[in-house]
Ligand binder design. Structure first.
Ligand SMILES: [Cu+2]
Length: 165
């Protein structure tokens, strides 16, 4: 009689992946007049690596501006200006970014958006607890001993093959 015992341990550590989010500016309203973008932005968490999608009619544009131009609705010195009805802007830098519509009067009418971009690591949106700090590294420590290393998937198979008779 042969008896084999197979113990299969599948260890799956689901890392909380920092997935980039595409934020549709203004939600279903898009980038247009009559939307309160302060309220919209307040409901979003912007992380470095995320993108903004502006969808708008041909009477509008997306101008990337300085803080003072945002505040003053100055449309004459944008850092970037996009047209065409569909614009994706990558949020690559930490800190605030400012957008206005370049059509005269539209910024004053509310087509202005400021977002504050958080770093993609170290930030904990939605109340998740911060990751534990890595333990002090001994000079001979193996990398696998580092809590900071996230093991996405590992398969451990232990086979115990026993007895005859
Ligand atoms: Cu406009």
């Amino acid at each position: 009689m042969a008896m084999a015992i197979f113990v299969v341990v599948i260890l799956l550590v689901a890392a909380p992946a920092a997935l980039a989010t595409q934020h549709v500016v203004g939600g279903s309203s898009g980038w247009t007049q009559g939307v309160d973008y302060s309220t919209w932005a307040a409901g979003q968490t912007f992380v470095s690596g995320d993108t903004l999608l502006f969808t708008y009619g041909n009477s509008h544009s997306v101008d990337v501006v300085s803080q003072s131009d945002y505040t003053n609705c100055n449309i004459n010195s944008p850092q970037n200006s996009y047209t065409g009805g569909s614009t994706v802007v990558s949020l690559t830098s930490n800190g605030p970014m400012y957008f206005i519509c370049g059509t005269p009067g539209h910024c004053q009418g509310g087509m202005k958006l400021s977002v504050t971009v958080a770093a993609s690591n170290g930030s904990t949106p939605n109340g998740s607890p911060p990751p534990p700090p890595p333990p002090p590294r001994a000079h001979s420590a193996a990398p696998a001993g580092n809590f900071g290393l996230l093991v996405k998937s590992s398969l451990l198979v232990v086979a115990l093959v026993g007895f005859m008779g």
